[in-house]
Design a protein around this ligand. Sequence first.
Ligand code: GLU
Ligand code: ZN
Length: 468
Amino acid sequence: MTVVTRFAPSPTGLLHIGGARTALYSWLHARRHNGRFVLRIEDTDRERSTQVSVDAILDGMQWLGLDYDAGPFYQTQRFDRYKAVIQQLLDEDKAYYCYCSREELDAMREQQLASKQKPRYDGRCRDTDNSHKGTRPVVRFRNPPQGHVEFNDLVRGKIVIDNRELDDLIIARSDGTPTYNFTVVIDDMDMGMTHVVRGDDHINNTPRQINIFRALGAEPPQYGHVPMILGPDGARLSKRHGAVGVMQYRQEGYLPEALLNYLVRLGWSHGDQEIFSLEEMIEKFDISDVNKAASTFNSEKLLWLNHHYMMTLPAGQVAQELDWQLQQRGVDTASGPSLQAVVEAQRERTKTLHEMAERSLFLYQDFDQYDEKAAKKNLRPVILQPMQNIAERFAALENWQAENLHQQIIDCAEQLELKMGKIAQPVRVAVAGSGVSPPIDITLELLGRDKTLRRMEQALDYIRARAE
Ligand code: GLU
Ligand code: ZN
């Protein structure tokens, strides 16, 4: 039997951390078993679904590398199919029309609450034709009145629900549109789902869905309900905690490898291993090892993992994200050094690609002004002569390479009897605009001769202006 899993988001918001983790677990389960992974967009709520959300989901999946073998399917394109199955259930008397008005249902509810009963539809249209009421009916599923639903949750273990706890669920609204619990079943059935991995906010829907499967003569999939993610304060992770869409993590300079590694460990473990390549995740992930308890989001750990991957992935791979960052800032990356070389020079000293990009802008673009403090301290009139000396040396240099540049700074310092830093730091401010950059010789090599010489001239002008 081929394993088939899916990710079935409702496009009513961004792809957030919880959704991405559910997608990852579902994807890993499929990949581990050489199965198929399906993407389904559950967009039946037309008022809340947006194209922006659909795009955010698709972009997020792509950036994370969670590829799918089928889809994206859209539920709004499957209405004919849902209608046909609703009709089939009506014909087989497994569903029925309910003509109860809103007022009637409200009254029912109040009465039940007053007599301390759990509010539920009492089934008054089940076996009585109430069409004389003239209301536009909804369609209700005829839930088995007795017995129980039992399933073995892959995360939670055995779950048993008494059918008397479940009332006859609405499967089509009065305008004929199908409801969530119904469309999910039809899709999971038609798409051949063997395993459903989803958030545990759906656990109460599962017995209802299983009953619909059975009424259709189909075998329900196996379910694994993943517990929720909490913010540091113990409340469900939400926007309040600064929880944002997956693509926001890209903006903030995280690598997809880091986010995936972070997500896989958020509620799952394998011994005390922390670092997992995608291959290792696929090999080791087992849905039955997912924690039953909720996990707490920890941004420090994500940052730590990010730096780990910045340091250990091939520079060329990290460079792709740096490229994206710089393009976001309107930088023409062809106008400067190789991105791979920049990654090699910068990765030790930065924690995110965002930081790396910000600190590398000067390699591609001229800056408007110096960092005020750095210029005040380093581009002083007393440095004019040493700066002229080193600028001349740079101009005369034949091979623009780090070692040679380094040697010129040493020679200049010796000649003028200054410490090396007394020259290197003003040069750094002159070329980078601030007091922070990789080692000066590497910085200059990356920046190249033309930009260096031009910026040295500008710095000399600046110092002269200050001297007057
Ligand atoms: N569309 C549902 C949601 O986004 C998920 C349904 C499911 O996974 O069964 O919450
Ligand atoms: Zn009714």
